[in-house]
Design a protein around this ligand. Structure first.
Ligand code: ZN
Ligand code: ZN
Length: 412
């Protein structure tokens, strides 16, 4: 039985025509023979991750791709970040993404990234935050990469309905977390979060490392700014839903976290950073290897979104070419073995805009018995002419599982 599937998501890869590339999208302008081979062997189309015109976050987009309706199951980003960072999140926990940041004496945020503090220094500060005691709630804080970290509040009667403290702005006074609904739980959680921030501020201000940073002319990491409160999504895992074993290969914590929450086994690849310096060759090797054991292997590549947020369409074209090249051994294997493979993106990130937009993304489904269409190029415009036409993100998993013979009959 060759019922194996590879699901490749290049984050934010879809784009719009751009002047920097003479009116082409980065995918159109790129020389990507392997992507084009996938398109030739596929049924192609375009996909609205949520609905036409709705810009998706990476979290909701991935829920949809994995077949979980985000309108029903989305429970905030923080939980995914915590799971992806390796925290054993439990039902009832509330998790937040956090930034180490810098505030001045008036409480005005002057740097949301604390002078781009290094991962090593952030780790030292995180260690000092371990001992913070809160009234009948336990706090868990770990730093992840550079200025980023994750906070988990563990205890009774907590709610994710609390406001973000990090408003993505500098030059403004730090705000207190406030409850977002009228429940006692939300009020209580906002109060506890405020207590944590206040106590953390005191620890950070008095920390030797911050005094040293100031002496070296660097900004101190003297405050934590939480945002994106989230709880464990209450879902059946992928194995229960479809009877398949899934594995996930990703660099970024968010993607690992979403996959983990849905029951995928995380496979860690040395040097997979979720950045432009990622070990893509290694990720492709590990994907090939994971196919021996798993039915569905999810491979996530972040670099395409990073260069889009940096508003660099020319670099994006190069990144796309690099990905196409590195995928070649995997595509050879999939074609040879008669496996299925999906190539797509989780949203459009136009590199002139530098943020997510609601345009559909190109998608190709390759497999031994798919209805191949006449599309021979993998890009936003060519794929729109394909046999898959226009689907929604939530449709993808059922289309794939239909090929694998996993979808039960409706009726008799
Ligand atoms: Zn994304
Ligand atoms: Zn993005």
């Amino acid at each position: 039985m060759n019922m194996k599937t590879v699901l490749i998501v290049c984050d934010g890869m879809a784009d719009r025509p751009t002047r920097a590339l003479k009116g082409l999208t980065p995918l159109q302008a790129a020389h990507v023979p392997t992507f084009d081979r996938i398109a030739s062997l596929s049924e192609c189309g375009i996909m609205d991750l949520i609905s036409p015109g709705q810009p998706p976050g990476s979290d909701t987009a991935h829920l949809a791709i994995f077949g979980y309706d985000p309108e029903k199951y989305y429970s905030g980003r923080g939980a995914y970040e915590a799971l992806g960072a390796g925290i054993d999140l439990k039902p009832g926990d509330v998790a937040f993404r956090c930034n180490f940041a810098t505030v001045n004496e008036e409480g005005v945020i002057i740097d949301r990234r604390a002078g781009r503090i290094s991962s090593e220094e952030a780790k030292i500060l995180a260690e000092a935050l371990k001992d913070i005691e809160l009234e009948d709630v336990k706090s868990i804080f770990i730093s992840t990469t550079e200025h980023r970290g994750v906070l988990v509040l563990r205890g009774e009667k907590l709610s994710r309905m609390v406001s973000d403290v990090d408003l993505h702005k500098t030059g403004v006074k730090i705000e207190k977390p406030i409850p977002l609904d009228s429940s006692e739980e939300a009020k209580r959680t906002a109060k506890i979060l405020e207590e944590f921030i206040t106590k953390a501020k005191k620890v950070l201000e008095e920390h030797e490392l911050n005094k040293e940073r100031v002496a070296r002319g660097l900004r101190p990491a003297n405050i934590l700014l939480p945002r994106g409160a989230g709880t464990m999504p209450n879902v059946k895992n992928i194995e229960e839903v479809w009877g398949i074993k899934g594995a996930a290969i990703a660099g970024g914590a968010l993607y690992k976290g979403v996959a983990k929450a849905l029951g995928f086994k995380l496979i860690n690849v040395p040097g997979a950073t979720g950045g432009l310096d990622t070990n893509l060759k290694g990720k492709v090797d590990y994907t090939i290897n994971a196919l021996k054991e798993y039915d569905l292997v999810f491979l996530h590549i972040k670099a395409t979104d990073t260069v889009s947020h940096d508003k660099d369409p020319v670099k994006k074209k190069e990144v796309v070419e690099w990905i196409s090249r590195e995928l070649t051994p995997l595509i050879d294997l999939v074609e040879d073995r008669g496996y299925y493979l999906v190539l797509t993106a989780d949203h459009t990130t136009p590199s002139e805009v530098g943020d997510h937009r609601g345009d559909p993304v190109p998608i190709a489904i390759m497999g031994p018995d798919v209805r191949r269409d006449s599309v021979e190029r993998f890009d936003e415009i060519s794929c729109a002419k394909g046999g898959l036409n226009r689907i929604r993100g939530i449709d993808l998993m059922k289309i794939l599982m239909n090929y694998l013979g996993k979808v039960p009959l409706f009726g008799e």
